[in-house]
Design a protein around this ligand. Structure first.
Ligand SMILES: *Cc1c(COP(=O)(O)O)cnc(C)c1O
Length: 363
């Protein structure tokens, strides 16, 4: 039986039904081996083939150049918040690391980095409660910094970088957790990108790290082995027993995206999905979009209603109508529709129709 609801949860997020069906179909007997994919050694040739296929398909879909390494790292996105300075602050004598504070995860990232480097906040959107990306001057991108970090899509607030800052010689690093492979991006502009898997890539608890070769080799001696990108690269991410099931699901997700037509196709679909909801917000005095229009995310659509009571009623009735997990993050309250790659147009259409009807009944 397929899913009976549309899942708008921010993460772990929905997976495409064909991916889950494939997992189910081969769960007891992977590839005629008579065992499950989760029962085989991470060093077996069959698992290594899964891992390498995931890397190859990711490279093909993303267009990441050959001089970037694709790693699978434990601990989700937030484990990388500390791993980044441990691996990279030593690039420059200053140990200075630049951060854009554009939301909840951006703030957590710089907080976790602070014990391991000299954090400098380039700009912060806190003054307007992150309803936009803050203005900044390129003069603030100190060229003696080890790297500059952005959160390319701010999951909690629903804002997104539309164009990326020019950081000159300073490697740009992006937390792409809530948008990886959702739009075409020129990866050659980045030194490193990373993403927890549970939003666009698969199960929770691991991250994908894509790092330019020349940024390896700077890890502090205090870096735990399992967070050391240079060592992980040497072992092709198999330093210890990795989360084989997660990587297997990522491979299936990437195969699914490729079969859908790849990033260009999914981007057009994502933009149309988001446009449907934003047009509804803009045409209504009833719903109020949280983020200023020019910074809106195509992945997380956030909005409020006139009162908390009305929002509670909205959530209750939406739930009853099969629209699951629309409650906003506690930092913003209100409603958040997470419409990642797997969310079909029909799901967004169902939400939009529900919103129109709710407005008619309550406006
Ligand atoms: C969800 C999210 C995280 C947290 O990921 P974990 O895997 O739970 O650590 C970090 N950054 C962004 C941008 C996110 O959306």
């Amino acid at each position: 039986m397929a899913n009976q609801v549309f899942n708008f949860g921010a993460g772990p997020a929905m997976l495409p039904v064909p991916v889950m069906e494939k997992i189910q179909a081969e769960f007891l007997n992977y590839n005629g081996m008579g065992v499950s994919a989760i029962e085989i050694s991470h060093r077996s040739k069959e698992f290594v083939a899964i891992l390498e296929a995931a890397q190859a398909t990711f490279r093909e879909l993303s267009g990441v150049p050959d001089n970037y390494k694709i790693l699978f790292v434990h601990g989700g996105a937030r484990m990388q918040f500390a791993a980044l300075p441990l691996n990279l602050a030593g690039r420059t004598a200053t140990q200075k690391c630049l951060y854009f504070e554009t939301g909840n995860f951006a703030k957590l990232a710089l907080k976790d980095a602070a014990p391991f480097c000299d954090v400098k906040v380039v700009a912060s959107g806190a003054a307007t409660n992150h309803d936009r990306l803050p203005p900044y001057s390129s003069a603030d991108i100190d060229q003696d910094a080890a790297y500059c970090h952005i959160t390319s899509n701010n999951t909690v607030y629903g804002s997104q970088w539309q164009t990326f800052p020019d950081t000159g010689a300073v490697p740009l690093i992006a937390d792409q957790t809530s948008e990886i492979l959702s739009r075409e991006i020129d990866y050659s502009k980045f030194g490193c990108i990373y993403a927890g898997m549970q939003k666009n890539l698969g199960p929770s608890g691991m991250a994908m790290v894509v790092i330019r070769e020349d940024l390896l080799g700077f890890a502090s001696e205090h870096t735990p082995l399992l967070l050391n990108y240079t060592e992980l690269d040497k072992d092709n991410s198999l330093t210890n027993t990795t989360n084989t099931f997660a990587i297997y699901v990522v491979k299936l997700m990437l195969d699914w995206l490729k079969a859908e037509g790849g990033v260009k196709v999914i981007e057009a679909r994502n933009r149309a999905k988001a446009a449907r909801l934003y047009a509804l917000l803009d045409g209504s005095g009833f719903y109020k979009g949280f983020v200023q229009p020019e910074f809106r995310s195509i992945m997380n659509v956030t909005f409020n209603l006139a009162s908390e009571e009305l929002e509670a009623k909205f959530l209750k009735e939406a739930g009853a109508a099969g629209l699951y997990a629309l409650k906003g993050h506690r930092a913003v309250n209100g409603i958040r529709a997470s419409i990642y790659n797997p969310m079909p147009t029909a799901g967004v259409e169902a939400l939009a129709s529900f919103m129109e009807e709710f407005e008619r009944n309550n406006g």
